[in-house]
Design a binder for this molecule. Structure first.
Ligand code: UN1
Length: 503
């Protein structure tokens, strides 16, 4: 039986929406309640959810703010972003603690996510000094050809609960530096962190209406964040189901969209791999962030020659992972984010068993003593997983690892590519020729050689192929360019009435 969250402590924060530079209550009758996934009796924050009318108000505010924000020079916009990054560095530990309380990831992971998000904001702040186009020679004498970049207008940013700081940061920062006004809709499981992030931008001097926060259930807001004619681009990270829907609506409207969706990322451990190195990478990739990462390692492909040895090493190491409250320094893996994700994890464990895969470890919810009020599940590994099975093909988004074996390289590639997803992957080997073949043949947007499937860096593109993503890559120049329109300028300075022309 799951104990309902009833314990309202005096520290409960009452949160607000941020619309047109003002903190206001939402108009929905639905209350959003943020609880601690490690102890669901602890209520962290509450707020009245937003509905369509709030989104429309936010779009009105953004429309009013847009002309002046667009006219602000990119370097000046960059200085506001840099101020936000500096404030975030001061508040880093405080926000990491809030993240652990609200999302459940262990404190070192929360600190890592803070660092990553801040670096992303710093990187995009610097782009304010580089938001130029290109100059090219013309076919015609005394003609200048160049391009400029401009904001798209008002953009919707819709983000998930698993990286409640870094994902909003990597979308909001490029949108702002490019001169757009933003309607930000974070997942309603992580409202306190979203409010904290927006507050930092307010404190950094972002003008009212440039960044608006609407917090509430997707059903109360409906599709208005995507359908409203004044929304000129949409950036989304989340499930395939919602991503496809958003993509379809944006396609029908003819507006640009980026959807970063699921993953079912394989790590291939070759016979000549440094097994200790691979072990660390698989543990981090599969069970870090409780497997709640679109970049998580969820499929493990072992060369038959080392498979048994590696699994033995893996089981010994997994047995040492202490599941628990992420605030406790001894904890190696936190809870699932909520009851629904916990149920999904347990459902897939049952599916794996029914499909005939061999359960090597884990498989259970933890409910006793310190676990009684949280959404805890054991790190779980299945061996002998059939590549056609649901456990091999579908994203769990939890600490459930599916193992299969390969006796030659072609088989390993076939297993790796036998997936509707293609976000990231890892190959552990000392053989450079094989590693380069893997890099060429694997169907993925990102390849890790001798490193875990997870992670991304501000200065390089992030994203996947197949069901993992549509639209432009995120982060780096690509992430910035998504939020801009280009203009190509043909300037004829011959000055004569017989100006040259191409026919
Ligand atoms: C990472 O692996 O550090 O939702 C980033 C996700 C990805 C981000 C992963 N968009 O898990």
């Amino acid at each position: 039986m799951i104990t309902p969250a009833t314990n309202t402590t005096p520290e409960v924060s009452i949160l607000k929406q941020y619309i047109g530079g003002k903190w206001v209550d939402g108009s929905s009758s639905r209350e959003i309640i943020s609880t601690n996934p490690a102890d669901n009796r602890q209520i962290l924050a509450k707020l009245t959810g937003a509905d369509k009318t709030d989104v429309l108000r936010a779009i009105d505010a953004a429309s009013k703010a847009f002309p002046a924000w667009k006219a602000t020079t990119p370097p000046a916009r960059g200085r506001i972003l840099m101020k936000a990054a500096l404030l975030l560095r001061e508040r880093k530990e405080e926000l990491a603690r809030l993240m652990t309380l609200e999302q459940g990831k262990i404190l070192p992971e929360a600190l890592g996510e803070m660092e990553k998000g801040i670096t992303l904001i710093e990187w995009f702040a610097g782009e304010g000094l580089r938001l130029g186009g290109i100059t090219q020679p013309s076919e015609l004498a005394k003609n200048l050809l160049y391009t400029t970049r401009h904001p798209r207008g008002i953009v919707s940013i819709i983000t998930p609960w698993n990286f409640p700081f870094a994902i909003p940061a990597w979308k909001i920062a490029p949108a702002l530096i490019a001169g757009n006004c933003v309607i930000f809709k974070p997942a309603s499981l992580v409202p306190a962190l979203a409010v904290a992030l927006v507050k930092v931008f307010e404190d950094a001097g972002l003008p009212p209406g440039v960044l608006n926060l609407v917090l509430g259930s997707g059903s109360a807001m409906g599709d208005i964040l995507v359908e409203e004619p004044r929304i000129k681009a949409v950036s989304f990270t989340g499930s395939n189901e919602i991503g496809k829907r958003i993509h379809t609506i944006c396609g029908a409207r003819g507006i640009p969209v980026v959807c970063e969706m699921g993953g079912k990322n394989p790590a291939v451990i070759w016979e000549d791999a440094d097994l200790e190195l691979a072990l660390g990478g698989v543990i981090k990739g599969a069970f870090g962030s409780t497997g709640q990462r679109c970049t998580a390692t969820s499929r493990l492909i072992l060369h038959v020659a080392i498979a048994d040895k590696f699994l033995k090493m893996l089981l010994t190491e997994v047995a040492k992972i202490k599941v628990g409250n992420g605030m406790d320094t001894a904890t190696g893996m936190g809870p699932a984010v909520d009851e629904s994700q916990l149920k999904t994890n347990l459902d897939y464990i049952e599916i794996g068993k029914k499909e005939g895969a061999k359960l090597l470890c884990g498989g259970n919810r933890l409910t006793k003593d310190e676990y009684a009020h949280g959404w805890f599940v054991e790190p779980t590994i299945f061996d002998g997983v059939n590549p056609k099975s649901r456990l091999w093909q579908e994203e769990v988004f939890g600490p459930v690892l599916a193992v299969a074996r390969a006796d030659d390289f072609d088989k390993a590639i076939e297993l790796a590519n036998d997936s509707p997803f293609g976000l990231t992957c890892a190959f552990y080997s000392r053989d450079l020729t094989l590693a380069m073949r893997f890099t060429q043949e694997v169907e993925a947007g990102m390849v890790h050689l001798n490193s875990p499937t997870i992670g991304g860096e501000a200065q390089v593109p992030f994203g996947g192929v197949k069901g993992s993503g549509v639209g432009e890559r995120e982060m780096a120049k690509e992430g910035l360019h998504f939020f801009t329109e280009q203009k190509t300028v043909f300037l004829d300075y011959t000055g004569s009435r017989r100006a040259s022309n191409l026919y």
